[in-house]
Design a protein around this ligand. Structure first.
Ligand code: SAM
Length: 200
């Protein structure tokens, strides 16, 4: 078993144990495609779970040596952090990971990236906070910086349990598609819907 397969197996086991709804393979493969194309130096994620996105951000020919400099994971659940620490991360990957456990906090992110700009921002936490976290990350995002937002078609599925989530996602589509600061694409048929934003 190669290193990437072994990491996927470990992360999958923890995801099942903790009941984490992880990125679909489709979204994961797209993430890997963008990492390969764009070669981001700094990646930040809102709602990291155990860190499955880290695996999708490793290129197959660089699997034990990331092409990025830093991957900042943010996750409120303490049990996810405990599982993250139990993963047998190769040292070359582990030293580039920064896990911020606790509620999303832009000040902590600003502190850990130390004046660098972010090239890739993954949005997969609480749906009704999507708009807020995008606004907060905007000043830290580099020009041409990319944002991937997962589950943006929940308004079409049964998964959006509350009206509040549906209306937040609707407002988000509405406002981002008209926002001159971004180029916005909504891909409703990819998993539960994926939105892509590029800072212009
Ligand atoms: C859909 S799961 C995704 C996990 C991960 N991205 C993956 O693909 O495996 C969303 C995670 O976001 C976390 N989360 C939601 N809102 C958050 C917040 N405001 N601050 C920190 N973490 C949050 C949840 O605890 C949950 O583990």
């Amino acid at each position: 078993m190669d290193i990437l397969e072994s990491l996927h197996t470990q992360v999958d086991l923890h995801n099942i144990k903790l009941n984490i709804p992880t990125l679909s393979n489709e979204v994961g493969e797209l993430l890997r495609f963008f990492v390969s194309l764009h070669r981001p130096k700094i990646i930040v994620e809102f709602g990291s779970g155990i860190g499955a996105s880290v695996l999708w951000s490793l290129l197959k020919d660089h699997k034990d040596e990331p092409t990025w400099q830093q991957f900042v994971l943010t996750e409120r659940r303490e049990d996810c952090f405990e599982s993250f620490q139990q993963i047998n991360w190769p040292i070359e990957i582990y030293k580039k990971l920064c896990f911020i456990q606790g509620e999303w906090n832009i000040h902590k992110i600003t502190e850990v990236i130390q004046g660098c700009s972010i090239q890739l921002f993954l949005v997969d936490g609480q749906k009704n906070q999507y708009r807020k976290v995008i606004e907060e990350i905007y000043p830290l995002l580099s020009k041409q910086g990319l944002i991937l937002i997962d589950n943006t078609n929940w308004l079409e599925t049964q998964k959006a349990k509350s009206k509040n989530v549906v209306s937040c996602l609707q407002d988000m589509h509405e406002s981002l598609s008209k926002d001159p600061r971004f180029y916005y694409v909504f891909l409703p048929k990819i998993a539960d819907g994926l939105s892509l934003l590029v800072k212009v």
